[in-house]
Design a protein around this ligand. Structure first.
Ligand code: FAD
Length: 448
């Protein structure tokens, strides 16, 4: 917009820019990618327009996996500058039955409908089945066998042509900083510590915004990058919305059973016995412990009843292996995401579930890397929706990684010392020795 000649003012309530795509110092001397970490495939047009090639990335050893015929085109996953297609429009744009079937599966099928079709052999394809299921549903409120979950596979893991996922040097915040430079170079103005309280409307037209301190800014166009629920229920008076539109916003389900931890490590986990392979080179940069899709489904179902998985599926990334400046010399900044983390009904219950989940994640890793607990200097754990509470980011935007509308008011302190080794031992014992995972997979970046 700034490049197109408009006067653009960007209002950010925090000091730090980038929202969920921020690299930030959570522990003194250690910088972490707060939430997002992988640059998902971006339509070429957008990539070029924003000159994203200027952001340094890591070359992945394995780039991507293609299974089955592509359904990008009818679904419109990589269409730019056009409104999303309705279901009818998607079907109307198909040219053959394969594409129509792909839409039906993406909309109404499960991740496992797709995986079973293309990678049916449970033993032979075990790792790739587990990894694809893991990566598809990790940010959702779905198990890999749930109807509708196939869309996660189509959306999250599809890539057009040779476009791939990548990791960005100095973390995903590099992209946000790059965009800010572009914005300011084009004449845009950023104001930090300015919270928008309301988008004002007069006779059906937006007129500007009201700020937290009561000031008003007029503008003929207001663009909100908050999620639709936050924008159309918190910032705009609902009475100005059409009934049908307001109802559609109400039906958006923001739940996610995602759990993230960041850790300051004094050293690296040493994987033992048959798990020692990642110790070579920088393979420990990204290690994933995945259960079978069946186990993930059981974990999801248990989680919706308030049960913490015995041995959660976990990804552990240690970007300092390639980007040592993110931590003090010789030390490491590591992050993991895992699921499924149940959402408690009360503050106390939530804190208990969070700590139990954290212990089970550590136990899952410790079962393969026995020195892991000794390497942890500090750790912080976040459920998906605590980002709003702790960092004042509104429900994660534009993705399914968002706050639970039913989430209680939480105030848990994010940074904790490592909890007692006794609790991790108890979690290890609960896992029956090495736990129920049959697989260990290492990936370059997040590719499998
Ligand atoms: C845990 C997690 C992991 C993720 N992993 C990935 C990943 O690996 N790869 C990927 O591509 N995507 C990932 N995502 C999604 C990605 O982070 C988001 O899609 C992206 O950050 C959305 O950008 P945004 O600017 O629209 O919104 P946000 O990043 O949420 O930014 C919103 C900004 O608006 C500000 N703001 C909010 N309310 C107000 C207000 N009232 N007034 C003024 N300012 C306000 C916030 O402070 C924030 O800076 C992840 C998300 C989460 C939560």
């Amino acid at each position: 917009m700034a490049r197109g000649g408009m006067r653009v003012l960007c209002l950010e309530k925090n000091h730090c820019i980038g929202g969920m795509a921020t690299t930030t110092e959570l522990v003194r001397g250690y910088r972490f990618e707060l939430a997002g970490s992988v640059q998902f495939p971006i339509p070429t047009q957008i990539y070029d327009d924003l000159d994203l090639g200027a952001c340094p990335i890591y070359e992945a050893e394995v780039q991507s996996v293609g299974i089955g015929p592509s359904a990008h085109r009818p679904i419109g996953r990589f269409d730019v500058r056009t409104p999303p297609k309705s279901l009818n429009e998607m079907f109307a744009s198909t040219t053959n039955e394969v594409e129509r079937e792909a839409i039906r599966t993406a909309m109404f099928g499960s991740v496992m409908d797709v995986i079973d079709r293309h990678l049916p052999e449970r033993q032979k394809h075990a790792q790739i089945r587990g990894m694809l299921a893991f990566l598809s549903v990790n940010s959702t409120h779905r198990g890999p066998y749930d109807a509708g979950s196939a869309m996660c596979l189509a959306f999250a893991l599809s890539s057009p042509g040779d476009v791939t996922m990548s990791n960005v040097k100095r973390g995903i915040g590099t992209i946000s900083d790059h965009l800010l430079t572009q914005f300011e170079t084009a004449g845009g103005e950023l104001r930090r510590h300015v919270k928008v309280d309301e988008i004002t409307v007069d006779r059906g037209r937006v007129t500007g915004v009201t700020l937290g301190d009561g000031d008003r800014i007029t503008a003929p166009v207001v663009v909100s990058n908050l999620d639709p629920t936050a924008t159309f229920t918190n910032l705009i008076n609902r009475d100005v919305l059409s009934e049908v539109f307001a109802r559609r916003v109400d039906t958006i389900d923001h739940r996610a059973l995602y759990f993230q931890m960041h850790r300051a490590l004094s050293g690296l986990p040493e994987y033992a016995d048959q798990y020692a392979v990642p110790n070579d080179g920088d393979a420990r940069q990204c290690v994933t412990f995945i259960g079978t899709p069946e186990q993930m489904q059981r974990d999801f179902e248990g989680c919706t009843q308030g049960l913490v998985p015995r041995s959660p599926s976990v990804n552990l990334s240690t970007p300092t292996l390639r980007d040592p400046d993110l931590a003090p010399p010789g030390k490491h900044a590591a992050s993991n995401f895992a699921f499924y983390a149940p959402i408690g009904a009360t503050h106390d219950e939530q804190a208990t579930l969070r700590d139990e989940m954290a212990d089970r994640i550590v136990a899952t890793i410790t079962a393969r890397a026995p020195n892991f607990p000794e390497t942890i200097e500090r750790q912080c754990s976040y459920l998906a929706y605590t980002y709003e509470r702790m960092f004042r980011y509104t429900n994660a935007i534009g993705t399914s990684l968002t706050s639970s509308p039913s989430a209680p008011d939480l105030g848990a302190g994010p940074i904790t010392r490592f909890r007692s080794k006794t609790s991790v031992r108890a979690a290890l014992a609960a896992m029956d020795g090495r736990g129920s995972h049959s697989l260990l997979a290492t990936t370059a970046g997040m590719r499998s």
